[in-house]
Ligand binder design. Structure first.
Ligand code: PMP
Ligand code: GLN
Length: 390
């Protein structure tokens, strides 16, 4: 996790955001909205702090999360997915999805264990697996006419008796793929066969487009008992700085994560928890966000295509992957370093989501991730600028 000179290696998102700041380029790199989430939710957090009262929600909350938020998470899972959870034992509030994933990996795996993820993968997965001392095995998502799809044969080959955890992510960052029922069935079958736990990162659960439905892995037959599901308020409510997430699943697995969580952060953001509990009761904001994101996806995809990129249209998330090879750029990392100067735009190389030297990294070497969770005028400006590359 350290760079060769012993310094803490910064994440690619931090590096690219710094590059955008330094050059004044439009930041389509790091995935965060440039419009904050609903004001009534933000007001609820301000009310919880209660600056004018003697006391507010400003001291340590309960370790597993305040009861109102655990109940709201359970009610959300029941309402949307018919998944029924005990809020006292099967829901744990965490400091974002990031802590939920790290704590789950530290709780469940160690040296001698394999963790299987899709590739490309969200960057914190490789770090969490390394912190736990386990081995990281990947299964490629392959671009095609139906979007990025899971290679089911590679999945079957990757999962062995050494596999303790399959770490899934749908809707998927960075490809924007939403795993189909058939793909999820394949994951469930190999998990059952290997007696592996599935840790499934569903932070973009509300952000799917064109009527494509997100299917939580825990809803598949026989899977609730071996699945830990992770989500977060950051993406669903455009409040990425609040860092309130949660993990749900069977009591023994949630207890294991809770045991680790108490020594990582002990508890998570007291005044944000009642506000997120309120937000979770109403699906209006996430529904409208998904609709507006679908329109912004179209705008950016059409602009990237007009500029000459090869584009695979995402079915969900904040992100689109674009191949720069048709424009004559075969190295996405190099292109991203030069993109502020060439076009005044920042993106993230897909190589940053791959194991260095892997076949997937080679296959996606010329690809760049752009986010469309920016205001429409910003995206229009970006598209105009990117046209200069053609
Ligand atoms: N998982 C995925 C797939 C993500 O894209 C992100 C980043 N937004 C996270 C986890 C981290 O979420 P949080 O900010 O809630 O920790
Ligand atoms: N999830 C966001 C992304 O993929 C960034 C979060 C981060 O900076 N760690 O862009």
């Amino acid at each position: 996790l350290l760079s060769p000179d012993g310094a803490v290696a910064s994440t690619v998102f931090a590096e690219m955001s710094a590059l955008a700041l330094r050059t004044g380029a439009l930041n389509l790199g790091q995935g965060f909205p440039d419009v904050d989430g609903p004001s009534w939710v933000r007001r609820a957090a301000a009310d919880a702090i209660a600056p004018d009262a003697e006391r507010g929600a400003n001291q340590y909350p309960p370790g597993p999360g305040i009861p109102a938020l655990r109940e709201a998470v359970a009610a959300h899972q029941a309402r949307r997915y018919d998944l029924h959870l005990d809020p006292d034992t099967e829901v744990l509030v965490t400091t974002g999805a990031t802590e939920a994933i790290a704590a789950a990996l530290l709780a469940l795996v160690g040296p001698g264990d394999d963790v299987v993820t899709l590739e490309p993968f969200y960057d914190s997965y490789a770090a969490g697996i390394a912190l736990a001392g386990a081995r990281h095995v990947t299964v490629p998502l392959v671009p095609g006419p139906e979007g990025f799809r899971l290679d089911a044969d590679a999945l079957r080959a990757a999962v062995t008796p050494r596999t303790r955890v399959i770490l899934l992510n749908t809707p998927h960052n960075p490809t924007g793929a939403v795993l189909t029922r058939a793909e999820l069935d394949a994951v469930a079958a190999v998990a059952r066969e290997a007696d592996a736990v599935v840790l499934t990162d569903e932070v973009y659960e509300h952000l799917t487009f064109d009527g494509v439905a997100h299917v939580p892995l825990a809803t598949l037959p026989g899977m609730a008992e071996r699945t830990l599901t992770v989500s977060s308020s950051g993406k669903t409510f455009s409040l990425t700085g609040w860092k309130i997430g949660w993990v749900t699943g069977p009591e023994p697995l949630v207890t294991a994560v809770r045991t680790v969580k108490q020594f990582l952060t002990y508890v998570s953001g007291a005044p944000f928890q009642p506000a997120v509990a309120l937000a979770l009761a109403d699906d209006t904001y996430p529904r409208e966000l998904a609709a507006s994101l679908a329109a912004r996806r179209d705008l950016l995809c059409e602009g990237l295509e007009a500029a000459g990129f090869g584009v695979v249209r995402p079915q969900g998330t904040y992100f689109v992957l674009a191949d720069a090879a048709p424009l004559g750029f075969d190295d996405g990392t190099d292109l991203c370093r030069r993109l502020p100067e060439l076009a005044g735009v920042v993106g993230v190389p897909v190589a940053a989501f791959c194991t260095p030297g892997s076949a997937t990294e080679r296959a996606l070497r010329s690809w760049v991730r752009f986010t469309f969770v920016k205001r429409e005028d910003v995206l229009r400006d970006a598209v105009r600028r990117l046209a200069a590359l053609a």
